[in-house]
Design a protein around this ligand. Sequence first.
Ligand SMILES: NC(=O)c1ccc[n+]([C@@H]2O[C@H](COP(=O)([O-])OP(=O)(O)OC[C@H]3O[C@@H](n4cnc5c(N)ncnc54)[C@H](O)[C@@H]3O)[C@@H](O)[C@H]2O)c1
Ligand SMILES: N[C@@H](CCO)C(=O)O
Length: 351
Amino acid sequence: MTHHDLALIGFGGVNRALAEIIRDRGAALVDDLGFGLRVVAITDLRLGSLMQSDGIDLDAALAMTGADTFAGMPGGHAEPRNDYVIRNTTADVIAEATFTNPVDGEPAISHVRAALESGKSVTTTNKGPVALAGAALNRLAAENGARFEYEGSVMSGTPVLRLAGETLKGLRITRIQGILNGTSNFVLGRMEEGKSLADAVAEAQALGYAEADPTADIEGSDVQLKVVILANEVLGAQLTTADVPRTGISDITASDVIAAAAAGEHWKLIGTVSRDESGVISASVQPLALGADHPLAAVSGATNAVAFTTDLLGTVTVSGPGAGRIETAYALLSDIIAIDAHQKSYAGAVR
Ligand SMILES: NC(=O)c1ccc[n+]([C@@H]2O[C@H](COP(=O)([O-])OP(=O)(O)OC[C@H]3O[C@@H](n4cnc5c(N)ncnc54)[C@H](O)[C@@H]3O)[C@@H](O)[C@H]2O)c1
Ligand SMILES: N[C@@H](CCO)C(=O)O
């Protein structure tokens, strides 16, 4: 039986949930997947870093709070030392789940680069590296015989990127339109029920949906990153965030939302990518009041949905959780499964 050793960079909601899945379902996963998982390094801005090549006691790590640091533990240090840990850990897979920086993607881009340069594969839910440096990081992965996987960067654990890349091949996709931010969709739904925007955002934060700075959810920059990822990954575009005009939901009032609902419409923050007849790709992010007959109008709470308009199949819509700690940790697990499958098929091919 093979196994994969993991280094978790950022030990917040998502990577903690991955540690919980490994702790609680590790034995069943061995049976289901044919490989074992062990965490051998953790870094975090608040906790510092911990490296134990025989495997970290996940109960002890999960019991740590923001008031603790790893300093007193064997292999522990009060500083995160991300670059040192990523380059020197015995892990073969790095799980990057630090804050998304929508402006320049740092320091996560540097974390991913350090991992790939040292021949380690990366799974990430962080949208910054994928949207702002995806092509360069994919090239770096190929040059170093490693994999760069990021299913959770769009719609958390709900499969979209791998689904589009693998099972919609051969179709001509002319439009991708979706509800791509769980927090804003949850907030608009709560406002329809009479809550204020501020109270609804606080609720989304408590549920683990929101970004560390929820402005990214409310002002549309989170959707802007996801639209860039969809355009570049699915349609082979080379868009940057500067190419995607964006309007968020902060100017929509509770009374707008309630009045629209009374008229049978629902406000949604919509990301759109279109390819015209001549192949030019454009994208936008804006709130729209959708009539009840629109396929995205009934998507509620933190659920996301994306509709692919295709030539041979008509419109294919995928919906599922778009945020949440466990749901997003599942995306990391699905990436590790893809990394394992790729390594095994490569080993089979060179044998
Ligand atoms: N929570 C979700 O529903 C969800 C869904 C999809 C994608 N994501 C993305 O996944 C990532 C993680 O999300 P989360 O909900 O776990 O966030 P979180 O805020 O709960 O955790 C992030 C952790 O990273 C740590 N961190 C930040 N910068 C660091 C650095 N430079 N070095 C070491 N540690 C650092 C923080 O201390 C924190 O513990 C984010 O990029 C987010 O955008 C989250
Ligand atoms: N904050 C994001 C997390 C998923 O990327 C959301 O609410 O959709």
